[in-house]
Design a protein around this ligand. Structure first.
Ligand code: PDD
Length: 283
């Protein structure tokens, strides 16, 4: 069951007009919210990032946070599975094709839920391969825009070369992954770039930094150069659907020992404990 413009429907019965500006221009924003034990994870943060994205594209938020919470609860309730991920998508609406903002139309609001499988244990134990590529996206990567063509093309480069993620470099510095944020470890220090217009402010990125702080793992938020990535002891990827994953090879060369490292193991354990605490309402 999905939610589309005020109605709950089976997904097969959900349609949007071809003139929707999401379809025509990619003119919209989205959120991906993990749900554990039927409770949305860090919902306040996701809703505030949604507001940031809507402000970025100058689209009025159609709902208050309270209304979003209720809608999302309803979508969770009419779908099976303890762990789900919510996909929330808002476009500027349906209008005759014209780049300029149309006047007097309503946004299209779509929410679906999918099962959220735990990351495959093999990937967590052995780690995953990644490649690097030049970050050729626009200058507002902080907006979670539905127009994801560059991310799609960049991620596919990884798949084409048998890897799982593409780590993006802009002017010789790390920005993020095609669909994730990236951390490296050098000499026991966790390093990641500061939030800027050049990357998505990841919710999992925030959680990992909070965990590093809370567990006395030394970390620095600063620009990370291409050379530092290539000489890293560990590389980690974070996202709402992948949580924390170890990257063990980069462009075909081993990262550090070529196996998931100690900081990954510590952070991943902390992440699971934190999740369990939140779900028991002990945050
Ligand atoms: N993507 N950077 C990009 C470009 C992303 O697409 C994502 C997540 C992240 C991580 O953000 P978060 O920790 O809030 O999930 C960073 C989602 C999962 C997606 O598009 O499916």
């Amino acid at each position: 069951m999905i939610y589309l413009n005020g109605k709950f429907l089976p997904i097969e019965q959900a349609y949007i007009p071809v003139l929707d500006r999401g379809f025509i221009f990619g003119d919209g924003v989205y959120e991906v919210i993990p749900v554990y034990s039927r409770k949305p994870f860090r919902l306040t943060d996701h809703l505030s990032r949604l507001q940031h994205s809507l402000d970025g594209i100058r689209l009025k938020n159609p709902h208050s946070d309270e209304q979003w919470r209720e809608l999302l609860e309803q979508v969770i309730a009419c779908n099976e599975g303890e762990d789900q991920y919510l996909y929330l998508h808002i476009t500027r609406g349906v209008a005759k094709r014209d780049h300029a903002f149309p006047v007097g139309i309503s946004p299209t609001i779509f929410i679906m839920s999918n099962p959220l499988p735990a990351p495959p244990p093999e990937m967590l134990q052995k780690g995953i391969p990644a490649i690097t590529a030049r970050d050729n996206r626009w200058g507002r990567c902080d907006i979670k825009a539905i127009s994801l063509l560059p991310n799609v093309l960049l991620r596919q480069l990884a798949i084409d070369s048998g890897a799982m993620e593409t780590i993006l470099l802009r002017d010789g510095y790390l920005t993020e992954g095609a669909a994730s944020n990236i951390f490296i470890v050098k000499n026991h220090v966790l390093l990641t770039p500061p939030k800027s217009h050049l990357m998505l402010p990841g919710i999992t990125y925030d959680v990992v930094l909070e965990l590093a702080q809370g567990h006395a793992i030394p970390y620095e938020i600063r620009a990370v150069s291409e050379q530092e990535i290539r000489l890293a002891d560990e590389i980690l990827l974070t996202s709402s659907t992948k949580e924390v994953m170890p990257i063990v090879s980069l462009d075909g060369k081993p990262v550090g020992t070529g196996e998931p490292g100690p900081i990954y193991k510590q952070l991943s354990q902390c992440y699971q404990q934190y999740k369990a605490c939140i779900m028991r309402g002990q945050n």
